[in-house]
Design a binder for this molecule. Structure first.
Ligand SMILES: [Zn+2]
Length: 138
């Protein structure tokens, strides 16, 4: 399934550092898929994806799709941002509990304060130079 996508006609303010391992994540995200790794040994998911399992240290991990739905655990508004994001203030960030029991930190797209515990959808932000992701209350 494909995440909703929002086109943003700008370059990313602070592009993610790409490694040989994380390349897969960013390629999938560009195709509208939120992916991460699942451990073959203990079955636990990890986000962000890692080449090893931080729960049991196994290196037997597989890529897997996340549905991109969850609930908002916490959020705040950033007014004093790092220099790279200063032109974007105020903006909202938060913590989302995905339906697969993975807790992620992400930008929150909401003009008004969203309800904690409310449902959110992960969306792809399609910048000119590549994708990012964010959560949007639904
Ligand atoms: Zn494990």
């Amino acid at each position: 399934m494909r995440l909703p996508s929002i086109a943003i006609d700008q370059m990313r303010a602070y592009p993610p550092r790409m490694t040989e391992f994380t390349q897969r994540f960013w390629s999938d995200l560009a195709l509208g898929r939120l992916t991460t790794t699942r451990c073959d040994a203990c079955g636990k998911l990890t986000f962000p994806p890692k080449p090893f399992c931080p729960h049991c240290w196994s290196r037997a991990v597989q890529w897997t799709d996340l549905a991109g739905r969850g609930t908002l655990y916490s959020q705040t508004v950033i007014h004093a941002a790092p220099a790279a994001f200063a032109h974007e203030v105020p903006y909202r960030v938060g913590i989302v509990d995905l339906d697969e029991q993975v807790r992620i930190a992400t930008r929150i797209l909401a003009d008004r304060e969203p309800r904690l515990g409310g449902a959110v959808q992960i969306v792809t932000l399609s910048y000119r130079d590549g994708p990012l992701f964010a959560a949007q209350p639904v």
